[in-house]
Design a protein. Structure first.
Lengths: 326, 304
């Protein structure tokens, strides 16, 4: 799995090209008069960010967290609540959303990391459910209906109400987060984290403060999910309790697994695959959920380590065939 | 007040026993095969639908329940042999993904067969009214649920603790490799356990059907509760599942009924009206977090 993280100039070039292509997408869509899809693409980027943040926790920290929606939703609600109280500035609101989610992750992580395995899965789920029910029953913050935003956040001279501008901001956030993750996974912190994932007791024996490393990883993942939440609240101009529901945690986890656990672009690939399939299949049949289910089963049995890893392996097999004496 | 308290306590007991029917199968699947089965709730849903359809076709509630239990057990065995069996050796993440896929498929399949509308499942005519017990009235059908739940729990307890098959199951839960080494066909045993678990799911679905709505998605909400139960009780332990389900059922029901009232006695009305339902809804998750904090392997850990 670690091979996926090997830095190579070719891969960096490829990533730059991909992002340049993505940056041009709104212009292309506008040229073809398909403006509707700009908003869809922005949503896809936001979910890619959320899935990436979870992939950092699951793939690097080796912690199967089943309550990531809590941090996603907390970010969304922070922005919405600030807006309700007259603070629409993104410069103020978004960092605060990140901070709130990070703090929440710190609290949840402190308790949950005492357990492991299935129990960890369940206790993170329990915390997420608590937050879900809390928001559902607090009438001040919209209860069942959620809290709608009067307008999108204001970000300096940028007009976020323009879908294309919003798309670029989301893309910039995703790119920044991916770059950040790429850097820290190759730094000492990331190396230690991966070592802990592979053999926790050995690292403990070597004197590393294992719990602190895992906690920091969990908090970073939560903080990033908070940013994604701030974006999704702006996207639909609604902080809905659905964002906090356990099915949301499940969907994010499915995106990560489909894309590739522990692959840098796993979250992006997974989110894109799932949302595009959803969009595509729903055009053909109203029973697209079943088709999606069948495809997921196919992934489990045919590409057990996710699509990103599958492509990677297929590429290296091809390479090996081309130069057999290497 | 005593009337309210007694009624809610009985409701809690009834809900807890139904949760136990779900949790018993789940905890064994989890305990023996170390397998996370998110699709367990779908079996509950399919059971409820089968019961409603069979009851409507035959006009008899009992026939509906029997058909549901048998049909779902068969479906469970089929599912185990075709899909789930391949997942036992895989990691938890693959299991989550595959069983999540099964939920999607099951929900759509039910929608295709029975449509989007919620189905009606009526309790038998004779049991639709309340009964009087010592100057206190309680719905007869809920009493039946309690009776059925208690009988099944007792039966399951006897099977697991007193019979040879039960011994194999317990052995499988505490040490699977050793059990296989002693010549028990754990694979076949497991298909049996899975089918039985599916049957119990269907029973719970059929009994709760008249109280809750029979609709798509009914499995997901109760699945989370069943997971909470088995985590509190300790994964793989039938006794833990029983204690956990009763605890969750009673705490949840009593919390919802009594907490708002309790809060009102020392908080201003507005705050209590807001805080009460919120607190009641998170009570069982609080309970689970607390149990895991002090006993990280649940109340009755199955593995020594």
């Amino acid at each position: 799995m670690s091979a996926l993280y090997r830095q190579s100039s070719r891969r960096r070039l490829l990533a730059c090209a991909a992002f340049a292509g993505l940056a041009l997408l709104p212009l292309l869509l506008q040229a073809f008069g398909q403006e509707f899809y700009i908003s869809f693409a922005a949503r896809l980027l936001i979910f890619a960010l959320a899935a990436t943040s979870l992939n950092f926790v699951v793939g690097f920290g080796g912690m199967i967290a089943f309550g990531h929606a809590a941090f996603f939703g907390a970010g969304a609600y922070t922005v919405a609540i600030l807006m309700e109280n007259g603070i629409a500035s993104a410069v103020l609101g978004w960092p605060l959303a990140v901070a709130v989610s990070a703090l929440l992750a710190l609290g949840v992580g402190l308790v949950s990391l005492r357990t492991r395995g299935v129990y960890f899965i369940m206790i993170t789920l329990a915390f997420a459910q608590m937050i879900y029910y809390l928001f559902i029953s607090l009438k001040v913050w919209g209860g069942d209906d959620g809290l709608s935003l009067a307008t999108r956040s204001s970000l300096g001279p940028l007009d976020l109400k323009d879908d294309a501008v919003f798309y670029w901001v989301a893309l910039a956030c995703l790119a920044a987060c991916l770059l950040f993750l790429d850097r820290i996974t190759h730094a000492r912190f990331g190396r230690v984290l991966q070592a802990i994932r592979e053999n926790e007791s050995r690292m403990e024996g070597l004197g590393y403060p294992v719990l602190r490393y895992k906690l920091l990883c969990f908090v970073i993942g939560g903080a990033m999910a908070g940013l994604a939440g701030a974006l999704i609240a702006n996207h639909g101009q609604l902080a809905s309790p659905n964002l906090l529901q356990w099915t949301q945690s499940g969907t994010l986890l499915v995106m990560v697994i489909v894309g590739g656990v522990g692959a840098l672009y796993g979250g992006v690939v997974g989110a894109a695959t799932l949302l595009l399939l959803e969009e595509l299949l729903s055009h053909f049949t109203s029973h697209w959920h079943a088709a999606l289910g069948l495809m997921l089963l196919l992934v489990v049995f045919r590409a057990p380590r996710g699509i990103a890893a599958y492509v990677h392996e297929a590429c290296s097999r091809k390479k090996a065939k081309e130069s057999p004496d290497e | 007040m005593t009337q309210l308290f007694l009624e809610q306590a009985l409701n809690g007991l009834q809900f807890g026993l139904m949760l136990f029917l779900l949790a018993a199968g789940l905890t064994l699947v989890f305990g023996i095969m170390d397998m996370i089965n998110l699709a367990h709730g779908s079996l509950y849903m399919v059971g409820a639908y089968l019961a409603a359809a069979a009851a409507a076709a035959s006009g008899s509630f009992i026939a509906g329940v029997l058909a549901a239990v048998l049909g779902t057990a068969l479906l469970g065995a089929l599912l185990e042999v075709t899909v789930l069996r391949r997942l036992y050796t895989r990691d938890h993440l693959s299991q989550v993904l595959a069983t999540f896929a099964l939920i999607l498929i099951a929900n759509e399949a039910v929608r295709m067969v029975w449509g989007d509308q919620a189905m009606l499942l009526n309790p038998p005519e004779a049991l639709s009214g309340p009964v009087e017990i010592g100057g206190f009235s309680y719905p007869a059908f809920r009493l039946l649920i309690i009776a059925v739940g208690a009988a099944v729990a007792l039966l399951l307890y006897l099977v697991v603790t007193r019979t040879r098959v039960g011994m194999w199951v317990r052995a499988g839960a505490s040490n699977r490799e050793m059990t296989e080494a002693l010549g028990i066909n754990v694979k076949r045993l497991f298909t049996l356990v899975f089918a039985a678990g599916a049957g119990l799911c269907a029973l719970a679905g059929a009994m709760l059907g008249p109280l809750l709505a029979v609709q798509v998605g009914m499995g997901e909400s109760i699945l989370i509760l069943a997971f909470v139960v088995i985590v509190i009780g300790g994964i793989g332990s039938i006794r833990g599942a029983l204690v956990g389900s009763l605890l969750v059922g009673v705490v949840d029901t009593l919390g919802r009924a009594l907490l708002p009232w309790l809060l009102r006695s020392f908080l201003p009305g507005e705050v209590a009206a807001n805080l009460g339902p919120a607190l009641a809804a998170i009570l069982i998750y609080l309970l689970m977090a607390a149990v895991l904090f002090w006993r990280p392997a649940g109340l009755f850990p199955a593995r020594g």
